[in-house]
Design a protein around this ligand. Sequence first.
Ligand code: LLP
Length: 436
Amino acid sequence: MAEQVQSGAVASDPIADSLVLPIGSRVNERGRLEVGGCDIVELVEEHGTPAYVYAEDDLRARARAYREAFERRGVDGEVLFASKAFPATAAYKLFAEEGLSVDVASGGELHIALAAGFDPARIHMHGNNKSDAEILMAAQAGIGHLILDSFDEIERAERLLDAPMRVLIRVTPGVKPSTHDFITTGQLDSKFGFGAGDPTGAARAIERVLASDKLELVGLHAHIGSQIFELEPYRLAIAALGELAGDWCKVVDVGGGLGIAYTAADRPPSIDDYVGTKVAGVREVFGDDVRMLIEPGRSLVANAGVTAYRIGTVKEIPGIRTYVAVDGGMSDNLRPMLYGSRYEALIADRASAEPDTTVTVAGMHCESGDVLVRDAVLAAPAVGDVLVTPATGAYGHAMANNYNGVTRPPVIFCRGGKARVVVRRETFDDLTARDV
Ligand code: LLP
């Protein structure tokens, strides 16, 4: 298991060695897909569809891979779970148990992190427009660091705080890795943070905060984007932070960003190589005396989860295409529509059968663009089959919505063949529960 997380081994058995499916996935004696030891077809007979299903061991293995990558290199630091990727209380609890810290980007995420029992000192807060209430909540909870994002926020925090608070300054280092434009954050033209090369930006913010008696500046932060396969941009970002640092800089938070395999064609770097690059970069620029934070989100949780749907209709348009419609779609996975993201799909009932039919997997929403997978190759998909899309563990549950009055799916953790529902399915009553 650790081997698979660390090395990104090349697949030979398409299911057991898949880099896309959760670690430990297999085809069982009945020819069905098993995740975390649970037969997916049986699981959804009991819990319904759609459902987010996670292999708990996979989440833990990736958390350990991160921690071990730090330990192996003797790093003084913290691995922060970027909780926006999977803001379910059970995930916060699991990563707290695994010794991770957490990054929150709103009062709501802070609330969940506290409810899950995170030591407040291990909670670090982001946000490009934190409200008075959020800043006060963070101060009262006694979080580790507030990551300052704007001059207005500096003013606001100074006005609100009674006692000094430890802060980092978020820097946009002027680095643009190749990923979708919507999820690059390190370029100067960004709503986030202070520009490294901008004379009115980071250097001025540092000067301003150093002069403050309420804000104790202890370090710098940069997050250059998400779903990134290259490693070089991180080094460039760290170098840009180095240009700004002074004696006061005791903490360097180098963000998240490691890409994952959504399809078998994707070859992201391993967790170990990714951490190794960041550690080497920080040491080269800052030496050994800084505390290092990293903030992985997607790479901790994406491949640990799959979504299971039921096929409701199969519509063949001769000479054009076949639409296979499932009972979810853009309400449980916005990523294909937002970013044009590619996913794989397979039929859980016949997981070892040779895929032979090219179809378009569509959702059930009232939009033609509600397509989950274009040109998926499936094993004779039929009405009633359970269709699974792998690699939906990050930013799926997180970005789920109620479009068309659809209730959001449950989150189910599977381990050793035992399933536990950690977030229940929404009910129709939930849809009217906020009405006044
Ligand atoms: N730290 C900060 C400050 C962030 O803004 C993010 C992600 C992370 C860490 C975690 O990055 P990761 O390791 O997950 O790449 N909804 C988009 C992703 C948006 C990412 C936002 N920030 C998607 O579904 O691809």
